[in-house]
Each structure stands twice: as structure tokens, then as C-alpha cells.
Design a protein around this ligand. Structure first.
Ligand code: SF4
Length: 300
């Protein structure tokens, strides 16, 4: 007999649901569409959209439909311009929270601030935001990195999926290192409350559980980060994409198992994992921790 604790906030965020709805609806109306990258980083979602006519392409050169969709991660103004120039219809499923980060980066860059983004340089969202600064923004995860501050004016932004906690640590150390080179400092908190809620819910579960299963795409930045929450609390943590990846040995000697999922993970993947845990344990009691996402209701 095991107890399964399901996080109070897990799975799809509003930006992902919105992007899937937009792409699904447009693919249904048209003769299929090409999506510039994966709409969300989850294999089941990508396969589901593919079956409805939304085909992932890595670049515009490979687009085979008249309509091209930009994903929840957004893109740069150059790519948007290119889509129009080449005569494609544009469907923009950029998450509104990402759009806000793009706007802030553009406006402050144009106002003479050096934009510094706390994030991963290769992430599609970050590449897009950099594009809105005419590629002038610097991306780093290292607060000690040597960065140019040509006009002694700096704005600090974050990749949306970074936690507020890690962004605030970055800001503190960045300022301590560079204070003597800065006349004016702006901080725009572009972390996404949706992802932070999932990190916080995982943290809250820690005292209840002996191991954690984190469900989501291996290429999903927010899911990888979610797995780090309980890993850093020294709780055995397994990041899986599908229920059949669960190794029965993981349950040896464990009777309290946590389940959470990244912002790009559909309910069906979560249900499959709970079902598989019940099968493997023989007997299980499921505890769904209470709470809803205030952010989801605010933005949806
Ligand atoms: S995690 Fe946040 S920023 Fe990213 S798509 Fe979801 S709501 Fe938008």
C-alpha cells in the first residue's frame, strides 16, 4: 500500500493551454499549418497536434503549408517579418507573459539600457526576446560574468521559467559585482507566476513524501527546473515523460510518493502515471492536495 500525493498545482499553464487551443483551431480551419518549433515541449501534445494537421518545422525553409504558427515561446521580430515577406499567413500563439517580456526588452533597449537576461541563451523564448533588442541583449546564468554596460544603464530581466528565488539571487550578486559601473538600474520581474506556483507546490509537498515523480518533456526547461526543487531537498526524484518509464524498483521501501508535472504536461500523462503507480503498488491511496492557480484564472 502506498500513498500518492498529487501536487496542488501541476500540469498545463494557461499560456500552454491557450497556444494549443489556437493552433488546434487554426489547423482545423485550414489545410494544415506548420508550427515553427514545438508548440510546447511535450511529445504527447506534439503528436496530438500533428494528427490534427499542425506539423512541426525547424525553420521557414521547411514550412510546407500556407500558414505558419509561432509557438507559446514567441519569436524575434526578424522571424515575424520573414514570415510575412515570404507570404505565409501568421498565427501568433506567443504567451502573453512572454510578449510582455519582449515589449519590456525592446522599450528599455531603445531607451539606452543594456539588457541583461538571466536565462539559457539557446532557449527559444530567450532567443526571441534577444531579437526584440536588435540582438544587443546579453544572456547569462552567471552573475559574475563580465558583461558590457556601455551607458552605465542596465535592465535585468529573467527567462520566464526561472524561479523568482533564483532570479533574486542572481540580481543580488550581479548588483554587488557591478555597482561601481552602474548609474541607473532597472529590474523587470519577468519570471512567470505559473511556473513559480508549480515550484512552490513541489516544495510544500516535500515533508509528506519519500520520492517524487516529475512528469514532462525532457526538453522542457520548466519541468527540468521542477525536478531540481525536490532533488535539492535530497528527495529521490525521477523526471519521466511517460508512465512506462517508471522502474518498479523505485518503489522499494517507499510508501509516500509525490507526483507533479511541468507546465507543458497534459492531464492524460499525469493520469497515466497515477494509474501505473497504483498497478505497481497493488494498493494505493491518492491524495490530491488542495489549491488552484490564481494566475490561471487571472489570465485565462
Ligand atoms: S510557463 Fe508561463 S510564460 Fe510559459 S507559457 Fe506558461 S504561462 Fe506563459
Amino acid at each position: 500500500m502506498i500513498d500518492i500525493y498529487v501536487a496542488k498545482v501541476l500540469g498545463f499553464c494557461f499560456g500552454v493551454r491557450r497556444a494549443i487551443d489556437i493552433v488546434e483551431a487554426e489547423a482545423g480551419k485550414r489545410d494544415g499549418i506548420s508550427t515553427l518549433g514545438q508548440v510546447v515541449h511535450n511529445p504527447r501534445v506534439v503528436a496530438g497536434l500533428n494528427s490534427k494537421g499542425a506539423i512541426v518545422v525547424s525553420s521557414l525553409d521547411n514550412a510546407t503549408h500556407k500558414t505558419v504558427a509561432v509557438t507559446a515561446h514567441g519569436t524575434s521580430p526578424e522571424v515575424l517579418e520573414d514570415i510575412k515577406k515570404r507570404g505565409f499567413n501568421l498565427i501568433d500563439a506567443t504567451c502573453p507573459i512572454v510578449s510582455k517580456a519582449q515589449r519590456e526588452a525592446k522599450e528599455l533597449s531603445e531607451a539606452g539600457f543594456q539588457v541583461i537576461i538571466y536565462g539559457e541563451a539557446n532557449h527559444p523564448e530567450v532567443r526571441g526576446v534577444v531579437g526584440w533588442t536588435k540582438n544587443q541583449a546579453v544572456v547569462t546564468l552567471d552573475p559574475e560574468a563580465d558583461v558590457p554596460i556601455p551607458w552605465r544603464r542596465v535592465v535585468l530581466l529573467s527567462q520566464t521559467t526561472k524561479s523568482q528565488r533564483s532570479f533574486s539571487e542572481f540580481v543580488g550578486r550581479f548588483v554587488a559585482k557591478n555597482m561601481d559601473r552602474i548609474n541607473e538600474l532597472r529590474l523587470v520581474n519577468t519570471t512567470c507566476p505559473e511556473t513559480d506556483e508549480r515550484y512552490e507546490a513541489a516544495r510544500e509537498m516535500a515533508p509528506l513524501i519519500e520520492m517524487m515523480i516529475v512528469i514532462g518533456g525532457k526538453n522542457s526547461a520548466n519541468t527540468r527546473k521542477l525536478a531540481e526543487v525536490t532533488e535539492h531537498m535530497h528527495i529521490a526524484t525521477y523526471h519521466i515523460e511517460k508512465a512506462d518509464e517508471i522502474d518498479p524498483h523505485w518503489l522499494n521501501g517507499k510508501s509516500k510518493v509525490g507526483v507533479t508535472a511541468g507546465a507543458s504536461t497534459p492531464d492524460a500523462d499525469i493520469d497515466d502515471v497515477i494509474t501505473q503507480l497504483k498497478v505497481l503498488a497493488g494498493e494505493a491511496k491518492v491524495h490530491r492536495l488542495e489549491g488552484t492557480s490564481a494566475v490561471s484564472s487571472k489570465f485565462s
